[in-house]
Design a protein around this ligand. Structure first.
Ligand code: FE
Length: 384
């Protein structure tokens, strides 16, 4: 007798979608994957998918600033818990709380809040921080505060890393000292990603040589493709190995651009993110953001100057958008929703549905709406 998630359509990278039941171990991992008809009378059925719900490896959102009225920059346990609970309802089982550009003191406070959440992690897991800013190019600031922006500092990252482990740093790779910084981060096991950057293609190549592995919110606040200087947008299409984060909310990237990128880049290197902010899960209105505010209208979140300020998209919605726009099979999309980020960030215990991996799983209906979300084999979110 064992615990099982019964009669679901299994969605995992590299395998055709098929109808199965999934058994779970007592220690929260995935056990056997069996034919749905092989369920035994004594099995404890945690959830019955009725042959129709799709079971996905839990989504991994590596770029999220906030949700439901809270932001990591509130720097409280309550803020991180609120984000973690909201993410879970989107089908996300692991997320990286992501900083905004701020002073080092503020960042240390954010790290303390994320560190406090790591002690219980009662909703989605939050194993690492993503540091976005202040090592950004003021000319590509977007909604981030240029007054804090400065060249990268290894010491600052290591100071944060002591409080709460950092696994991803987004920076403008053309800044003074950036190449040396990227090398040092690689040596420490921290992944670097080009962001808010006006880098030329040559500067991108130098950064890649130093160890750069990702492009942050591809196309947003980065050097555009020009026919005599392809910039970072061109780099994302030319370099088959670099991982590209995409905000597929149909606002940060229009539907045509989403189709263009999926046509030219493999799902093996695309990582779906929300870049969600405190206004997500709340609806239209005005919300504070540092010294300014964000105005949310018709699904778009902008600062008063008009720049987009992160998204209010939910993770399951960006997965649905990709499915509807690209004709990619679900098992390919699962690479971009879970497996790639796990591989890139060294989270080798999750990201696919295979025996021995963590039982972090998301059950979706035909509309990509989460019906149940499991973390370590426990139901932590249930729609009903
Ligand atoms: Fe950003």
């Amino acid at each position: 007798m064992g615990k099982i998630i019964a009669d679901v359509q299994l969605v995992t990278p590299g395998e055709a979608v098929r109808r199965v039941s999934v058994s779970l171990t007592d220690t929260g991992e995935i056990g056997d994957i069996i034919e749905a008809s092989d369920t035994k009378a004594g099995d404890e059925i945690l959830f019955d998918g009725g042959g129709e719900l799709t079971l996905w490896p839990g989504f991994i959102d590596i770029h999220t600033h906030g949700a439901k009225g809270f932001d990591l920059s509130n720097a409280t346990l309550e803020a991180v818990e609120t984000m973690a609970e909201a993410k879970l309802a989107e089908g996300v089982t692991t997320f990286l709380p992501t900083t905004w550009t701020a002073s080092q003191e503020q960042k240390l406070n954010m790290a303390r809040a994320a560190g406090a959440y790591q002690k219980n992690q009662r909703f989605a897991r939050a194993p690492y921080l993503h540091i976005e800013g202040p090592y950004l190019n003021p000319d590509q600031a977007g909604a981030q505060d240029p007054s804090y922006m400065r060249p990268p500092s290894v010491d600052e990252i290591l100071e944060i890393h002591e409080i709460c482990p950092v696994r991803l740093v987004s920076l403008a790779v053309e800044l003074e000292g950036a190449l040396e910084f990227i090398r040092k981060m690689s040596d420490t096991g921290i992944v670097t990603s080009a962001a808010h950057s006006a880098a030329t293609f040559a500067e991108f190549q130098a950064a890649r040589k130093a160890g750069l592995q990702h492009l942050t919110h591809y196309c947003n606040q980065m050097s555009r493709l020009h026919h005599r200087e392809v910039g970072l947008v061109g780099a994302g299409l030319l370099d088959d190995e670099v991982y590209i984060e995409m905000i597929c909310d149909k606002i940060h990237l229009c539907p045509d651009m989403i189709q263009l990128v999926f046509k030219h880049r493999s799902c093996d290197r695309i990582i779906l993110i929300t870049d969600s902010i405190a206004a997500s899960h709340l609806g239209d209105g005005e919300y504070p953001l540092g010294d300014t505010k964000i105005i949310v209208r018709d699904g778009e979140a902008r600062i008063p100057e008009g720049n987009l300020a992160g998204s209010i998209a939910k993770y399951n919605e960006v997965v649905r958008n990709v499915y509807e726009l690209t004709n990619q099979p679900l098992s390919e999309i699962a690479k971009s929703s879970s497996a790639n980020q796990a591989r890139s960030l060294g989270l080798h215990d999750r990201g696919t549905i295979q025996e021995g991996k963590l039982a972090d799983l998301t059950l979706l209906d035909a509309d990509f709406s989460p019906q149940a979300v499991f973390v370590g084999g426990e139901i932590r979110y249930s729609k009903n």
